[in-house]
Design a protein around this ligand. Sequence first.
Ligand SMILES: Cc1cc2nc3c(=O)[nH]c(=O)nc-3n(C[C@H](O)[C@H](O)[C@H](O)COP(=O)(O)OP(=O)(O)OC[C@H]3O[C@@H](n4cnc5c(N)ncnc54)[C@H](O)[C@@H]3O)c2cc1C
Length: 325
Amino acid sequence: MSEYRGIWVYSENKELMLELLGKGSELAGKLNTQLTVPVLGHEAREHAKELAGYGAQKIVIVDSPQLREFQVEPYLSVLTQLTQQHKPELFLIGSTRRGKELAARLAARLNVGCIPDCQELDVDDQGRLLARRIVYGGNAIVTQVFRIKPQIVTIPRRRFEKAEYTETSKGEITAAENLQVEPSKTEIVEVKPIEVAETKIEEARMVVGGGRGLDKKEDFKILDELAQILGGQVGYTRPLAEDRKWFTEWVGLSGHTISPELYIACGISGVIQHVAGIRDSKIVVAINKDPEAPIMEMADYIVIGDLYEIVPALSAALRKLLAST
Ligand SMILES: Cc1cc2nc3c(=O)[nH]c(=O)nc-3n(C[C@H](O)[C@H](O)[C@H](O)COP(=O)(O)OP(=O)(O)OC[C@H]3O[C@@H](n4cnc5c(N)ncnc54)[C@H](O)[C@@H]3O)c2cc1C
């Protein structure tokens, strides 16, 4: 029997952590093993108790003032030692910017593999983990298995259902001992908030996307209005940021990957590099003058016409509808 047993999950993002707990519990059931969460921080015992309610069977607290703020080297050193001591067979890490950095560096330190951004995870009848992810800019789905353990996998937001809270669920909480917290190689000298949208585009449930079909930056006010009515956000294609310099970020293969309930693509052709970032949207609506635009192949609803007429008309109709309810 393998010396590696148990599933560990970790994310600094609370919502994603609950999704990892949900999927981790399911896999732990299939593999007949336990679900463990490491809690890194300072004075984090209350948080540990809460995680037990969400199905963590074991919680390992690593309490140190050096872990108060996320810094990659201290966190990495702790996770490396914990993994070496406890030998989980599978470690699920949230695919945030920090999580991806941690996962890749953890795998390098342990000299094992890491499968990033898994879309699906299952166990076959031999107990092997099957990890599926999108490759070639969204043109193919690959299924991968690990040859060695621990198996390190990163999981993006909204792939799996969140674990449910149960008052009676009680996990075993222990404090990790004899761990060396590696000092950070960098020092935070200042933290300054930058001007960002209230919700990150990855978190938005409704996204109105704009592309080169919009002639001027000011024209985005019609998309802003629609997004506001829907309680969502506006996203952009890359040429608007890279070539026209109107914005600083975009959606797609080289930009943000989003998974909203609704994506309304306005004046966007929908070539593969853009589609790679919106593939996980639940419903895609395309508003485009060109019935042959590639976006039509993946859209659930198609509106052929001029966005300058359709988008304001849609906003007006939605306003009317909302006013009457
Ligand atoms: C390595 C690499 C990475 C890339 N990564 C990304 C990425 O992450 N994200 C990304 O978006 N792109 C990316 N691109 C660029 C990508 O290839 C496309 O060039 C880009 O997505 C096209 O943007 P668009 O749809 O806004 O423009 P276009 O392709 O020019 O499409 C504009 C669309 O608007 C329609 N239209 C015009 N006027 C109107 C109107 N009045 N009403 C309605 N419809 C109208 C047209 O019919 C057309 O379909 C990448 C490219 C490379 C090479």
